[in-house]
Write a protein that binds this ligand. Structure first.
Ligand code: HEM
Length: 153
C-alpha cells in the first residue's frame, strides 16, 4: 500500500472504502442477493410488489442487484444505474415496507456473514433505505420533517 492510499484511508469515510475481507467477494455477495430475494418473494407484503414489477425472468434483476452490492461493498464500479427513479414509480410502497425489507436483509446477512461483516452490509442498506425514503416520501413544507432535520428528535 502506498503512503497516499494510507492517507486516503484515514480521511475517507468508512462507507467509501472497499470492505476487503476474506470471503467477501462477488460469489458471496451474489449468494446474499439470491437468498434475500428468495425471502422477499415469499413475503406476504413485499412478494406481490416485486411480482408486479418483475414479470418472468428474475435473473437480470438478481445480476443487477449483485452488481449494485459489489459496487457498494467492494467499490467494484459494476453498477451504474439509478435507484431513486426505479423506486419513485412504485406507488404502492409505504415507509413501513422498508422495515420489512430491512428486517429480511438483516436476517439474510446474519445467516451468511460473520457479525462484523453483516453489520457493514446492514449499515449501508439502512443508509440507502433512508435516502430512498426521503426521495419517495418527504415533501418539503409538509408536516413531516426528514428524520435528520435540525431540531427533530
Ligand atoms: C420496501 C422497500 C423496497 C421495495 C418494495 C423495492 C422494490 C424494488 C423494485 C420493484 C425494483 C425494480 C426491479 C426491476 O424492475 O428490476 C427495485 C430496484 C432496485 N432496488 Fe429496490 N426496493 C426496496 C428497497 C430497496 C433498498 C433499501 C435498496 C438498497 C439498499 C434497494 C435497491 C434497489 C436497486 C439498486 C434497484 C435497481 C435500480 C435500477 O438500477 O434499475 N431497494 N426495487
Amino acid at each position: 500500500m502506498t503512503s497516499k492510499s494510507v492517507l486516503l484511508d484515514r480521511v475517507r469515510p468508512a462507507a467509501e472504502q472497499p470492505l476487503l475481507r476474506p470471503g467477501v467477494d462477488r460469489a458471496s455477495i451474489g449468494k446474499l442477493v439470491r437468498e434475500f430475494y428468495f425471502k422477499v418473494r415469499k413475503d406476504g407484503r413485499l412478494g406481490p410488489i416485486f411480482a408486479g414489477e418483475i414479470v418472468g425472468d428474475w435473473e437480470p434483476h438478481l445480476e443487477k442487484m449483485t452488481d449494485f452490492w459489489c459496487s457498494v461493498i467492494l467499490k467494484s464500479g459494476d453498477y451504474n444505474g439509478r435507484p431513486v427513479p426505479a423506486h419513485l414509480k412504485l406507488k404502492d410502497v409505504t415507509e413501513a415496507d422498508f422495515d420489512i425489507w430491512l428486517a429480511l436483509f438483516r436476517e439474510t446477512a446474519a445467516e451468511l456473514f460473520a457479525p462484523g461483516i453483516a453489520a457493514v452490509f446492514v449499515e449501508r442498506a439502512e443508509r440507502i433505505a433512508a435516502s430512498l425514503k426521503l426521495a419517495m416520501f418527504f415533501r418539503p413544507g409538509s408536516a413531516a420533517a426528514p428524520p435528520n432535520a435540525a431540531g427533530s428528535t
